[in-house]
Design a protein around this ligand. Sequence first.
Ligand SMILES: [Zn+2]
Length: 281
Amino acid sequence: MTTLTLGEVTVSRVIELDRSSFPTTQMLPDSTAEAIARHREWLTPFWDDRVGDLGSRIGTYIVRTPQSTVLIDTGVGNDKRRDGRPAWHLRRGAFLDDLAAAGVTPAEVDAVLCTHLHVDHVGWNTRLVDGRWVPTFPRAKYVFAGEEWEFWRHEKDDCIADSVVPVVEAGRAVLVNHDYAVDPWLTFEPSPGHTPGHVCVRLRTGAGEAVFAGDLMHRTVQVAEPQWSSQFCYDPTKARETRRAFVERHADSGVLILPAHFPRPGYIVRHGSGHRFTPAS
Ligand SMILES: [Zn+2]
């Protein structure tokens, strides 16, 4: 994605992994190849011919407002033990170089926002220095929904131990309500279901709005089939309700939609009695 400009704010992206480990029919257990094929034509801009499936990405959005340089979600990270997930296990990726190429050094980051505390959204919160996990972005406040932290702090999950707890222990974490305003441009909005405290981040500018939707949707086809929750949804029924309401709210609204894993951002548009996703130019 090239840098997008919305009024006084710019949005760009660093891609850490450019494909998913999971085929769509596995990621969305209620989907079938036949049902996806019915949408194939409008899904073309989001299709990945290398894998013959819908495209997927893991990475970070970079938002520069007049006050702050903000990262939204931080991918998988380097050097982390992720047994059973070869593409994520003990990675030695070039994320920080790619971030620098996008014009951001770690010390320049003012805030890190995690839409939720899953393994592919918290990885670069920390990095390994002399055998210890330390916050990657030394000046940043790391903003988590308090409800999300309250749920995950009791879970025995590797990514919480190596990518969230060290940030809390370093005093860099800010636990907030799910409607927290980061600055005059960026605000949390609750979107529970995928995880208990999942939030979207709404960007309001003088030239329109955008929403960083995290894992409210994983694949573009869910815009048309919002009843398909993912295999990783904590509460698939709640996730479905949240997604349906989100699609309806944003249809034909002109609000730019940036889910964490979509290959490119775009807009939700009405089509007949349903909805489609159309790429931002
Ligand atoms: Zn995810």
